[in-house]
Design a protein around this ligand. Structure first.
Ligand SMILES: [Zn+2]
Length: 265
C-alpha cells in the first residue's frame, strides 16, 4: 500500500490520508478536509481517487467531501449509522466489511466512543509491510479522542478493550489529528517518570519532526497513558485527582477518569 499522510496545519491540526493500491494507483482519500491539497497531492503522486472514506461525521473530517467527489467522481463511504449525518454517502460500512480499492483491501472496524458511529480502517500486514490503522479520532498518538461531542467514554473504553488494546505491537498508527506533543505532556503529568515519554518528548524538542512521526501500538503501550490504566501510579493518580476510592477503582473507571481530566487539562 502507498500511504500519503497529509498534515493540514489548521487550528485543529487535522491529518488526511491518501491510500493507494501499488499496482493500479487507485486511491482512497480518508477524511479529505482540505480538498485542494488532497487533489493536488493525488495529482502529484499520479494516483486516481476512487473512494472517499470518512471515519466519522464531524465537520473537520467531511468538509472536503463534495469538492473531491465533484473533481473525481469518487464513491463516498462511511459508517452505516453515520449516513444521516454525512450528506451524499453512497455506501454504508459495517464491522468486518472489506473496503476494496484496486488490489488494496482494508478491513472496517466499528469503533464507537468519540462519536457513536465511527470507523477505523485496518490494513493487515503484507509480505513486505507492517499492518496499519487509520483511526480517525478514536486513537491519537499518546492519547484518545474526546467524548463530549456526541460520544461516550464508557463506550470508548469498551472499543479500546475489544479492538485497540488487542492489536499487535507492530501496527502503525495514523490518527485524525497531530496532537502528540500535547498528549505526551499529559502522560507525563500522570506519570512524571515515564522514561519512554520523556525520551520521545526530548527527541521532539531536539528537532525530530512530530508532524511526520509515525507511532505503533507497541510504543503507544509505553507512552499513551490511556493504555496504562492498570499501572499503579496511574490508578493512584486518578483516585487522588478525582477524589475516588483507589481500592475500588477498576480499569474502566480509570480510563473514564483520565478522559475527564484530559478534557480540562
Ligand atoms: Zn471528531
Amino acid at each position: 500500500m502507498h500511504i500519503k499522510q497529509i498534515p493540514i496545519r489548521n487550528d485543529l491540526r487535522n491529518y488526511m490520508y491518501l491510500l493507494a493500491c501499488e499496482k493500479t494507483l487507485e486511491a482512497i482519500a480518508v477524511d479529505p478536509l482540505d480538498h485542494a491539497l488532497c487533489l493536488e497531492t493525488a495529482n502529484e503522486m499520479g494516483w486516481k481517487i476512487k473512494i472517499v472514506a470518512n471515519t466519522h461525521h464531524h465537520h473537520d473530517h467531511i468538509g472536503g467531501n463534495d469538492q473531491v467527489i465533484a473533481a473525481t467522481g469518487a464513491e463516498l463511504v462511511a459508517h452505516e449509522d453515520a449516513m444521516d449525518a454525512i450528506p451524499g454517502v453512497n455506501r454504508g460500512l459495517n464491522a468486518g466489511d472489506d473496503l476494496q480499492c484496486g488490489d488494496l483491501t482494508l478491513k472496517v472496524m466499528d469503533t464507537p466512543g468519540h462519536t457513536m458511529s465511527h470507523i477505523c480502517l485496518y490494513f493487515p500486514s503484507s509480505t513486505d509491510e507492517e499492518p496499519a490503522l487509520f483511526c480517525g479520532d478514536t486513537l491519537f498518538n499518546a492519547g484518545v479522542g474526546r467524548c463530549d461531542f456526541g460520544g461516550d467514554p464508557i463506550i470508548l473504553h469498551k472499543t479500546f478493550e475489544d479492538h485497540i488494546f488487542p492489536l499487535g505491537d507492530n501496527v502503525r498508527i495514523y490518527p485524525g489529528h497531530d496532537y502528540i506533543e500535547n498528549n505526551l505532556e499529559f502522560t507525563l503529568d500522570r506519570e512524571p517518570n515515564n522514561q519512554s515519554a520523556i525520551s520521545l518528548r526530548d527527541k521532539f524538542k531536539n528537532g525530530l519532526d512530530a508532524e511526520s512521526f509515525v507511532s505503533h501500538i507497541g510504543l503507544e503501550r509505553e507512552i499513551n497513558v490511556f493504555f496504562r490504566i492498570n499501572e499503579a501510579q496511574v490508578r493512584a493518580g486518578i483516585a487522588s485527582s478525582l477524589n475516588l476510592d483507589e481500592a475500588s477503582l477498576d480499569s474502566q473507571e480509570t480510563f473514564i477518569g483520565l478522559r475527564k481530566l484530559r478534557d480540562s487539562w
